[in-house]
Design a protein around this ligand. Structure first.
Ligand SMILES: *Cc1c(COP(=O)(O)O)cnc(C)c1O
Length: 459
């Protein structure tokens, strides 16, 4: 299996090289040259597998035996998912007439753990095998930073520096990051906003001398390994519900921000997963639902909502889908992305989008989100977090669907409380979090303070 860029400027590379490259060197995103297809007989067999053996089958198709031997991959997967608290890793539970695919049993209680636990172990394995170091630098408003920290804590060959806005992330999120005391984890609380943190990170990445000298890498939401890890649970959920009958279609509703989760569903579908259109649910930041209804992809303002991990302006993984929509034509992708950079938008004709027929997109407002949390709680006694509730609300009238649950409700207790009048139960991993020792460096919001701190830790 070889990987190419959506923009056509990368010679085919191996999976391991794609993992270390992250963003393609030509500015595009990496994709497999061909998406493997899965025969009906294989699907039937996969339906009987538990999560880790299934993950081994799925991920192997994208890796190649000569690149990472199967037994190494098996070991990596076992290690990655040993941090999950549920024996099934991503269980499917019945909620009224729907199925909920619970993706939040990892260490930070959000679905990003599924991918980042694997990515951290892959980095460690590849650095050990091929030599080198990586120092991960990122800014977070909460969720991604903690999942990344838990993905690489204690791992060899890498340090991680995560900036968060001092006093402006929720107390739970702050503690999920700062109570990780492994020597390779460096939390920095910036005396400023999330945007200040992001600007500082960007400035440091643009300082190419600094970036090169200190082997800076990003916590990329666009790393191909993250997509592959997420493909697994679509097949897993199908297996639980279909009992292995390849004729049995199962439909998915996916709360969406950066298009990574739902793109994994699209890859699964192209591989042969029996499913129809994927239901793509956004909050009121609706650039994607506007695209699928009008063909126009145009940047707007970011509106803060109670599902903050979906408050995005540009969906960083969308370029991967655009590549397929434009008949795998890198020239076409380059043109569209140049238009986006130049004038804030581009368009694809409705005929092309409708002919592909891959997604149905819905935007769900704040009131609808609260109403979904409330009615699911009243009718079924099940508590959704506000992100999962966006996907559930979109699927409300279509029983039988699988709704992806992307965060544990306790991570967003205030929104839940607003909907149902009580805080969600606290999961075991939150017990004693307040009392745990913390480590965090508070710094003024300027580039040189952060640069000095990083060099002081690495020199
Ligand atoms: C990141 C995130 C999402 C959105 O996933 P994308 O892959 O960015 O579409 C949804 N819910 C939660 C809780 C998240 O952390």
């Amino acid at each position: 299996m070889r990987y190419i860029s959506t923009r056509g400027g990368v010679e085919p590379i191996l999976f391991s090289q794609a993992v270390m490259m992250g963003l393609a060197t030509d500015g595009g995103l990496l994709l497999p040259e061909t998406i493997p297809s899965v025969a009906a007989a294989t699907l039937k067999q996969w339906a009987g597998l538990e999560f880790i053996p299934l993950a081994l089958e799925v991920v192997s198709l994208f890796v190649g035996e000569g690149d990472i031997p199967r037994q190494d991959l098996d070991r990596l997967l076992r290690k990655a998912f040993s941090t999950f608290s549920h024996p099934e890793i991503t269980p499917v539970v019945r909620v009224g007439g729907h199925h909920v695919l619970e993706l939040f049993h990892g260490p930070t209680l959000a679905f990003k753990d599924v991918a980042l636990q694997l990515l951290g172990n892959l980095f460690e394995y590849l650095l050990q095998r091929d030599g080198g170091r990586i120092n991960i630098l990122g800014a977070t408003s909460g969720d991604t930073g903690s999942a990344a920290i838990h993905g690489v804590r204690g791992k060899g060959g890498m340090e991680i520096f995560i900036l968060h806005p001092h006093g402006r992330v929720s107390p739970i999120q702050e503690r999920q990051m700062t109570t990780v005391l492994d020597a390779n984890v460096h939390n920095i609380a910036i005396q400023g906003t999330f945007d200040d943190g992001q600007a500082i990170v960007k400035a440091l990445f643009n300082d190419l001398d600094f970036k090169g000298k200190y082997h800076l890498g990003a916590v990329n939401s666009i790393n191909w390994a993250r997509i592959v890890a997420q493909v697994v649970y679509y097949f897993y959920a199908w297996g639980r519900i279909s009992e292995g009958d390849p004729e049995r279609q199962v439909e998915f509703s996916v709360p969406t921000g950066n298009f990574g989760d739902v793109f994994a569903g699209y890859v699964a579908k192209r591989m042969g997963l029996p499913t129809g259109k994927l239901l793509l649910a956004t909050n009121r930041n609706d650039i994607l639902s506007r695209f699928f209804s009008s063909g126009s992809y145009r940047l707007g303002q970011v509106h803060p909502t109670m599902s903050p991990s979906m408050d995005i302006q540009v969906s960083s993984n969308f370029e991967r889908y655009l590549y397929y929509l434009l008949q795998e034509n890198p020239e076409g992708v380059r043109e569209k992305m140049a238009e986006l950079d130049g004038g804030g938008g581009f368009a694809v004709s409705r005929e092309i989008i409708d002919a592909a027929g891959d997604f149905q997109a819905v935007s769900i407002g704040e009131e609808q989100t609260l109403a979904a949390i409330r009615s699911v709680y009243q009718d079924c006694g099940y508590v959704l977090d506000p992100h999962s509730a966006v996907g559930f609300a979109a699927a409300m009238a279509r029983p039988g669907m699988v709704c992806l649950a992307t965060a544990h409700p306790a991570k967003f207790g205030d929104a839940v409380n607003k909907a149902i009048g009580r805080q969600p139960n606290r999961p075991a991993v939150f017990e004693g979090l307040e009392q745990k020792p913390r480590r965090c460096q508070v710094l003024p919001a300027n580039v040189s303070a952060v640069r000095d701190f990083i060099t002081s830790r690495l020199d």
